[in-house]
Design a protein around this ligand. Structure first.
Ligand code: NAG
Ligand code: NAG
Ligand code: NAG
Ligand code: NAG
Ligand code: NAG
Ligand code: NAG
Length: 344
């Protein structure tokens, strides 16, 4: 389009030239479609990333930047040859994400994975990727803080930065992304409190949140808004969170996976209810008190652990008819009955 602009400016006299320009433009596009070649600017940026990663053979084969890159396994393009997806891996070369990634204007999915020497931070040019839906930089060595500019990319639905060396707190701007449906920040060095979340209600209802913040150093209570948004999967285990986690529970919720083990949660478990389709519950190693509600026996558990808390009273029969491993219940204040010793 750029080379058409001056011709259009020059007025009617050049209309013939315009026509040729337009025809040429479409032939050029057609060439892209037929050849499967990607946009030259995008290709340049990807070649740079590939070179910075030390041109690992698996990546060279997967991206096929010298040939029909849009038809390659490791890239996807839209219908004008702009790259919408890339997946970079297969290198232990020292690497930092170059600011030029911000030039991949149509990118929807960006994935860097298993790059043990990917260091440094996410460049701020990423904030300009206004189509970005998935940002995934996992099992790398990103350091510093999670940049708050990620909250400017309103198109983001999924952020996965698990297993890096990120520190500082979770920026509150992440909780303001209206279409967030997946957030995985597990296995980092994050501290501070979990921010409040404000999601688009109808999007959130259709796409309940999956949130994984396990194995960090987060503290404070569960945000109030977690009682209000739709969550299907939550893993907060291995932090220093405190207070009441009962807002995650409820038989009217979308939740089917709750892991909050190894924290300092303290609340009355007697009154929680869960949806019948729940599969996974691990509240072990907290300071949770009260008794185990009989309704928990109505669920076909895939995973269940309430050990190392302050629970008391008989284990409901509906539950122990399917769960027979004492380690799922042991080290509580006074839980009793099978598979633990009988109540007296
Ligand atoms: C957390 O930080 C400490 C020191 O700052 C470091 O030794 C440790 O490896 C980090 N943990 C992770 C999971 O990155
Ligand atoms: C993690 O970051 C800390 C500084 O925040 C640094 O001291 C440490 O070496 C880093 N660890 C790794 C494994 O990169
Ligand atoms: C989140 O990251 C962890 C690795 O730390 C991984 O095991 C887990 O599958 C991820 N969970 C989701 C729901 O993506
Ligand atoms: C968590 O923080 C405490 C102190 O604030 C520190 O002693 C501990 O090493 C941290 N744990 C991790 C896994 O970074
Ligand atoms: C709960 O959601 C409603 C509407 O979706 C909103 O008005 C209200 O402020 C929310 N409450 C909290 C605690 O986030
Ligand atoms: C339950 O959790 C405890 C840790 O609190 C662990 O020792 C035990 O093996 C777990 N049991 C099962 C069946 O997962």
């Amino acid at each position: 389009m750029i080379f058409l602009m001056p011709m259009l400016y020059m007025g009617k006299r050049f209309c013939l030239l315009c026509t040729f320009g337009i025809i040429f433009f479409f032939i050029f596009q057609l060439f892209h479609l037929v050849s499967g070649d990607c946009d030259p600017n995008d290709k340049q940026i990807l070649l740079q990333i590939q070179a910075l990663l030390g041109n690992p053979q698996e990546l060279v084969d997967s991206w096929q930047l010298e040939g029909a890159c849009c038809k390659s396994r490791g890239l996807l393009c839209n219908d004008i040859g702009r790259v919408t997806y890339f997946f970079a891996s297969f290198s232990d070369h020292p690497f930092q994400i170059p600011p030029s990634v911000g030039g991949l204007k149509y990118l929807k999915y960006m994935t860097f994975s298993d790059l043990p020497n990917l260091v440094g931070s996410i460049p701020d040019t990423v904030a300009t990727l206004s189509h970005l839906q998935t940002l995934s930089i996992t099992n790398c060595r990103l350091s510093g803080h999670i940049p708050s500019f990620l909250g400017q990319i309103k198109s983001l639905q999924s952020i996965d930065l698990n297993t890096n060396n990120l520190s500082g707190s979770i920026p509150s701007s992440l909780g303001q992304l209206p279409h967030l449906s997946d957030l995985n920040l597990s296995v980092n060095n994050l501290t501070g409190v979990i921010p409040e979340f404000r999601l688009d209600p109808s999007f959130n209802k259709q796409n309940p949140l999956t949130i994984v913040l396990s194995d960090n150093n987060l503290s404070g209570p569960i945000p109030k808004s977690f009682g209000n948004i739709s969550i299907q999967w939550i893993d907060l285990s291995g932090n220093q969170l405190t207070g009441d986690a009962s807002s995650l529970f409820g038989n009217d919720k979308a939740i089917w996976y709750i892991r909050i083990s190894s924290n300092q949660f303290s609340f009355d478990f007697s009154r929680v209810t869960v949806p019948s389709f729940m599969e996974d519950l691990d509240i072990s190693e907290n300071k949770i008190y009260g008794s185990i509600p009989a309704s928990l026996g109505d669920v076909a558990w895939d995973q269940f652990n309430v050990s190392n808390n302050l629970l008391c009273g008989p284990i409901p029969q509906s539950l122990n008819s399917q769960l027979s491993d004492p380690s799922q219940f042991f080290h509580n204040k006074c839980l009793c009955g099978f598979p633990l010793p009988a109540c007296v």
